[in-house]
Design a protein around this ligand. Structure first.
Ligand code: GLC
Ligand code: GLC
Length: 826
């Protein structure tokens, strides 16, 4: 069942009912000011950091769902409604929400009055513009009342929802003309304020929540709206809000357009106030308001936003026999990559914006999906991340975007972290050909006095693995690897304790973590990633160092084959007792997905057929109709030696859920092994455009990936096996966005930036006749045509560039111009 449709020409998803199976959201803003907005206008805004600079308030996990947003209320002679249906939930005569690239348009109609609100954050602008277009579509004149509404958050979102003894006395506002200012704490330590304006006169306002809503009412029936009049309340402590009130009369056919702006302003400390020392200096706010105070200016702002997206999405576009693939590659997957790049895992409808900052491993992986769009920002991001690395190659697991400092509360010792940086730096160089990033002086732990080159950072990353091997010469698992829920060093039997608390007395003497537990995942990630480092060294003429690193990779491959191949697939780990995890010998969790794809792509044991055996085992044991489960059989009891993974009921999260992120690694591996049909089968099971038809089962947005889909075992715990099989959760902020972008564009469609140029090596469904792609790369544009006359999956037999045959399948880099590339498979 569908709840809307794709409008590809406009690059929009059009939602046709407010009752989606879950709130379906969009993100506005890509630079400093961000908003989350659902299809019923729920959500919130913040500046750069969803925890430390939260501008409007939101109530997570509320009843009913999705409470708090920027709402417009209409009181039309006693009939009260919102253009987005919620929160009043009066039945509308028509409803539509269009989520587009950086904007959302919500339109509702009731009793011949149409209200259409366009929300967007303009380029280089710290505010959300809301254009409200009201049209009287009836035959007689209409008088009604319009109320805007936003609720201020008292800046620190964590404090805002916990520290009531203080916060109920700090809220401060100012009202001047049609602008409501939120100046809580501005008098003391803050140099920023927020405002909510409208480009017209108003007939009243409210700034105190309880006066507007009424202490015992809700967002669904605010007293002021019911009474049809604002109270002109002035907040002093409690919960400050901003609501404009306007009485409007429209003749038949008449339209009125109002522009509201929710903005954020920072002031130099000595210019914070007017001469009286207490009135806000409004110069910057008024400048911002001036910028979008007419519908014409709003149109120009929207056009500028569209042009920016045309440019970003114009770098790679494809025309394949499957419009769902085109939709994902050309629009939504790239869009999601931008959002994950900007927000990491901080703020979504499943991440509260106060829990996590930027993850070291997450942000490095996000670069892979995004680097072609804005390489400059990728470069900057890589340096920020690398600056939190420690001198021995270890890493802080997270950092806070506002301070850019490593987060000491969370700490480090995640065994996989350093490797992802080798991958992101390589991806950056492959895309741009900019080798100078390696010469950049980058601090350790943000301490410039111990800065070394980026190249040296790669070196310590690589050797962090080599220097931390266990009894089988495989990487120590440490606190956790990519799978945060496999906690081989924790032994936690204390409720409330983090599963990643590895100060367990058992390992304290050994420095915190087991010196026995080994991760085969990290081993294969190392053999997959390491060759990039070797290629970099070779390019720099450092042949001895390259040979040394290559020897470490070869040794690792040998050890994996010797100690970690279980006959038909690769083991997951050795636990802290030295027992195998992810083996035929295990009672549960016999096979895991994570190490397999990278092992195949590293060609470990390929000469003995290990790659195909492994891929076939995945098909046999992990494949389901909704995607590949993470492990099988699921764990049905708590295994203290594995930790958190075995605490989830089977079918959820890391315990046999369909964790889409690592499905991508198998898609890549299938494509790598030349099995394009299988690669595509797995791709189409999880790619959102393909799951649109089953939105009632899938629940989350059909235009973006979620982290997890319920596995075949979901519900088994309660005797209802398969109950939530196929149900998506944790949409938007997931490494799946980047990895599936890589999987479809670089592995299946095979357009792969490489150190020496653009490589073309598709691995597609055999039934395809071919496809077309356009790719901007290092200053030139390539129009690529792939022909597949023999209906194979993979194998380039001929390639011409501008009519001339080229040896191999790497397009030699041109600096400019447009070039025609024709590739024949066979
Ligand atoms: C989440 C985390 C990611 C981790 C994964 C598996 O997606 O963001 O860092 O690798 O879960 O536990
Ligand atoms: C990370 C992962 C999540 C996992 C959690 C365990 O936050 O995102 O998937 O459940 O760690 O602590």
């Amino acid at each position: 069942m569908k709840f809307g449709y794709f409008d590809d020409a406009k690059r929009e998803y059009v939602i046709t009912t407010p009752r989606t199976p879950y709130p379906w959201i969009n993100y506005l803003g890509t630079q400093g000011f961000f908003s989350l907005i659902s299809n019923t206008a729920g959500g919130y805004c913040f500046y750069k950091d969803a925890r430390l600079r939260r501008i409007t308030r939101y109530r997570y996990n509320n009843v009913p769902i999705d409470m708090g947003g920027r709402y417009f209320y209409i009181n039309d002679n006693g009939t009260i409604w919102n253009p987005g249906w919620s929160p009043v939930k009066t039945e509308l005569d028509s409803y539509e929400c269009r989520h587009g690239m950086g904007y959302t348009i919500i339109t509702g109609k009731k009793d011949s009055l149409k209200a259409s609100v366009t929300f967007f954050v303009p380029q280089n602008y710290n505010g959300e513009v809301q254009q409200v277009v009201l049209t009287n579509e009836g035959t007689s004149s209409k008088s009604f009342k319009l109320f805007s509404f936003a609720e201020w958050c008292l800046w620190d979102a964590q404090d805002d929802c916990t520290n009531f003894q203080r916060n109920f006395s700090t809220g401060r506002v100012e009202v001047k003309d049609s602008v409501i200012y939120h100046k809580t704490e501005y008098r003391d330590r803050r140099n920023h304020y927020a405002f909510y304006s409208v480009n017209d006169t108003i007939d009243g306002y409210d700034t105190d929540r309880d006066s507007f809503i009424g202490l015992y009412n809700g967002f669904n029936n605010p007293e002021a709206v019911l009474n049809g009049k604002a109270t002109n309340s002035f907040a002093d402590g409690w919960s400050p809000i901003a609501s404009h009130y306007k009485e409007i009369t429209l003749a038949p056919g008449e339209t009125k357009t109002l522009v509201f702006i929710l903005g954020y302003v920072e002031m130099p400390v000595d210019e914070k106030f007017e001469a009286d020392g207490k009135t806000i200096n409004k110069v910057k706010a008024l400048e911002m308001i001036e910028k979008y105070n007419t519908p014409e200016k709003v149109q120009a702002g929207l056009a500028e936003l569209k042009a920016a997206w045309d440019k970003l999405l114009g770098i790679l576009s494809v025309e394949t026999p499957n419009d769902k693939v085109d939709r994902m590659v050309n629009i939504w997957n790239q869009y999601q990559c931008m959002v994950t790049f900007n927000l990491s895992r901080s703020a979504s409808y499943f991440e509260s914006g106060i829990g996590r900052g930027m993850g070291f491993r997450d942000s490095n992986q996000d670069i892979l999906g995004f680097v072609h769009q804005i390489p400059d920002r990728a470069r900057e991001r890589i340096i920020d991340i690398a600056s939190t690395q420690l001198q021995d190659g270890g890493c802080y697991h997270q950092y806070q975007p506002l301070t850019k400092k490593g987060n000491a509360d969370i700490g480090g010792d995640f065994s996989d972290d350093p490797l992802w940086m080798i991958l992101s730096v390589s991806a950056y160089i492959k895309e741009t050909g900019d080798w100078t990033i390696l010469d950049e002086m980058v601090p350790y732990d943000n301490d410039m006095s111990v800065a070394e080159t980026m190249l040296k950072h790669l070196d310590v990353s690589f050797y962090h693995i080599v220097n931390n091997l266990g009894p089988h010469g495989l990487p120590l698992a440490m606190r956790a690897d990519w799978n945060d829920c496999i906690n081989l060093s924790c032994y936690s039997d204390t409720p409330g304790e983090s599963f990643q608390t590895y100060t367990n007395p058992k390992f304290k003497a050994e420095g915190g973590y087991s010196k026995i537990a080994e991760s085969i995942f990290v081993a294969t990630l190392f053999t997959y990633t390491g060759p990039n480092y070797v290629a970099i060294l070779k390019h720099l003429g450092k042949n001895a160092e390259a040979a040394k690193a290559q020897a470490e990779i070869d040794k690792m491959k040998e050890n994996v084959m010797k100690y970690a191949f279980d006959g038909d697939w690769f083991l997951r780990a050795y636990d802290a007792t030295g027992a195998k995890m992810g083996s035929k010998e295990c009672e549960e969790g016999k096979i895991f997905i994570e190490p397999q794809g990278f092992a195949v792509m590293s060609e470990i044991g390929k000469d003995q057929g290990a790659d195909i055996k492994t891929l076939n085992s995945i098909d046999k044991y992990l494949n389901t109709k909704f995607g590949l489960v993470l492990n099988n059989p699921c764990f049905t009891k708590y295994y203290i030696q594995y930790g958190e993974i075995s605490t989830y009921p089977g079918g959820y999260k890391e315990n046999a859920g369909i964790f889409t992120h690592n499905n991508a690694w198998i898609i890549c591996a299938e494509a790598y092994a030349g099995r394009g049909d299988k690669a595509f089968e797995y791709y189409s099971k999880i790619a959102p455009a393909f799951t649109e038809e089953t939105s009632d089962i899938h629940k989350t947005e059909p235009y973006v990936y979620g982290q997890m889909i319920g596995g075949k075992d979901a519900g088994s715990d309660v005797g209802q096996t398969g109950k939530n099989f196929g149900q998506g959760k944790n949409s938007w902020l997931t490494g799946t966005a980047a990895w599936n972008m890589v999987a479809i564009s670089q592995y299946i469609l095979g357009i792969q930036p490489d150190f020496d140029g653009l490589k073309v090596d598709p691995s597609i469904p055999a039934e395809w006749n071919g496809f077309k792609a356009s790719r901007q790369f290092r200053g030139a544009t390539y129009n690529i045509t792939i022909n597949n006359p023999k209906h194979v999956c993979k194998g380039v037999v001929n390639m011409t560039v501008d009519g001339k045959t080229v040896m191999g399948n790497v397009i030699p880099p041109f600096e400019n111009g447009t070039h025609d590339v024709v590739v024949t498979l066979g």
